[in-house]
Design a protein around this ligand. Sequence first.
Ligand code: PR8
Length: 475
Amino acid sequence: MDKIKRERWKRKFGEWFSENIENAGIIDIRYPIKGTYVWLPYGFKLRKHLIDLLRRLHNETGHEETLFPLLIPEQEFMKEAKHVKGFENEVYWVTHGGIEELNVKLAIRPTSETAIYPMFALWIRSHKDMPLKIYQVVNVFRYETKSTKPLIRLREITTFKEAHTAHATKEDAEKQVKEAISIYKKFFDELGIPYIISKRPEWDKFPGAEYTTAFDTIMPDGKSLQIATVHNLAQNFSKTFEIKFEDVNGEQNYAYQTCYGISDRAIASHLALHGDDLGLCLSPEVAPFQIVVVPILYEGKEEAVNAHLKKVLKILENFRIHIDDRNETPGSKFYYWEKKGVPLRIEIGPKDAEANAVTVAIRSNGKKEQVKLEALSLHLKNTILEIKNTLRERAWSFLSEMTSSALSLEEAEKILKRKGGIIKTSWCGKKECAEKIENELNVRLLGINEEERKKGKCIACGEETESVLNIAKAY
Ligand code: PR8
């Protein structure tokens, strides 16, 4: 049984989120530019572990890390018409160097296609140069006009992992889309973030893409958040940027491309979905400290406890730990680390020293037990796995609670009023029906669920269809 309550967490999620990311020392929201924030040391460590995980998943699938410049010359940026149109309202421009006006305006990357693809054109000559699979983790800037929110809607996206690939055939690019989806599934599974995958409608795809597949999750307040996207770019950019190669038959062809990205929203959803009324609750996968050690020093027993602590620290060498030896009461230390979401706490008091044991407390369920030193290492390894699984299962069962089906607009409206979440329904594919659904329900069409087909009638016009559409009120 969970001892920890998740009530305020759900009821007043917006308030809970900003209060807790600040209280836990993740970011400082007071920086005087809208949509930009400061990563604090504790948050920065969390971010680093999350990026390490992303790097590992990309490196082991043959992606190589690169770093491209932040600035993009205007003429490159303006080349791909649809891409430009999609981003024209969101780009920050550098127009001056000192007091001199620049001859060529420079775009601050809102994403890096137009920085990277002119270089791909120089690097790719033959089918042997492909597949080319690169990625970078950088900051990008988007002048968002909707209201900004820490980690969720940023003007400076500080943790932008973007991957870009080029292939000799359409089939290879298609396979790459599948690989990207499986990388992201693994990533979110490691973080315990549940997702639903949809093919975005034509009008909501990435500017310049052939099609976009998106991962969405549901926040505690019932609204969906897009947490990752995978785009098949076909030859749209390669034709604009002249990414040409000699194919196996000696003929010139344009490369087939894909790109896919993830942002700070992965961190936001990790914090949001696992938290509770006490504060954050981190997964041991990315927690800055997996274990906090609190020595409990009673007068006259300090020596015994300190000697015991030394023995314990030897056993903890393979874990990320922090020793809290501040001059505070144990109770206030427990509260402090609970708020920050450290997965495990080890208390070492005189009784533990006598019993040659420690007391282990688990943040995610509030359980506490004494463990003998000889069993400690294995116990911690198993508990860490258990915590990861529990967080993942708890979050997936929340997503499943928040997923409903509706056969009519009225039914969908009732569900949205009652609890929000994702609604699966039927849609014929026509734009006018999509507009009717969006306008009447004030929702976003997340897109078609490609893994599911079900006979039904379009909720807007009644036409028979087998497509399953996901809709939700969205961030
Ligand atoms: C691309 N090009 O750019 P995408 N704040 C936080 N996260 C955001 C924001 C924002 N303002 N805007 C988008 N995201 C492609 C793929 C290179 C990589 C997050 O794609 O525009 C969203 O989760 O779809 C989005 O899915 C992801 O960045 C990638 O952005």
